[in-house]
Ligand binder design. Sequence first.
Ligand code: MN
Length: 303
Amino acid sequence: MIAGDLFHRQPLLRELKEVNYLFSKLSHTKVVLIAGNHDYIKKDSYYRSFTWSQNVFPLFQEKMKGVRFPELRTAVYGFSYYSREITEPRYRDALAPRLERHEILLAHGGDEKHIPVKRAELLKLGYEYVALGHIHMPQSVIEDQAAYAGALEPTDIGDTGKHGYIIGKTTEEGVRTRFVPFASREYITLPVTVDARMTQERLRDQIREAIEENGTQNMYKIVLQGQRDPDFTFSGEAADSLGNIVEWRDETAPAYPFEVLFRRNADNLLGKYIASFHDVQPDSIEYQALCEGVHALLETKRG
Ligand SMILES: [Mn+2]
């Protein structure tokens, strides 16, 4: 089941041919799919005329409809988007017709502009399972009864965490589902804490080790935290060759020995400047101003 937005925009004809070829290779699997708000059924959409492999069952009509598999005593219901937005809660009254033993709803959306869905309403519809699409992060809505499978692969830098699909099994005791991580890459936020002894090369070693530990195939957002030697600024460019680093954020503060600096400069501008920032919080704008100011004053002194 593919719960919409198989494509991020209108699919090209050759893209449908490619994906249909892949579907056609599935020897024990039937594919049921709907169109979501991104690949909605536009007037000239290739979805309208494409001929699919015989194991593929698109539910591309605008109104709720089912496809029945009597040999499996199963029916899958759903409809497709014909516009970018649907603000009516169209799943609210979509009761399971109870024509087959196992009935599944294939649904897309859930937010304000894409068919708002309430958990309690979904529960009352009477489907054995509701397969949801639209949200990229995999998440359960009702345990073993409704879930967003999420994107098979992370599609943008915000899609951190595991991605994959949901496999479900229905028995006499009901449905059991399980998330199966499948993505070949993952976005990982990697916090790295530095201290005053950290150097550029030492940092490179530390990041290299962390990337090896977490998988070199993954994509990393590096976040530097802690206090650094004021002599150092760490460059993201120097870390480029260590792996797939897609974002570099330096949140470190220079570790100025303010007490010592104050005592030695009590009678000059630097000392008075430090004194005027008495008791500021380390993560505040004031602290940042203190650091920048001290940096500037020390530079002038040296000059
Ligand atoms: Mn969507």
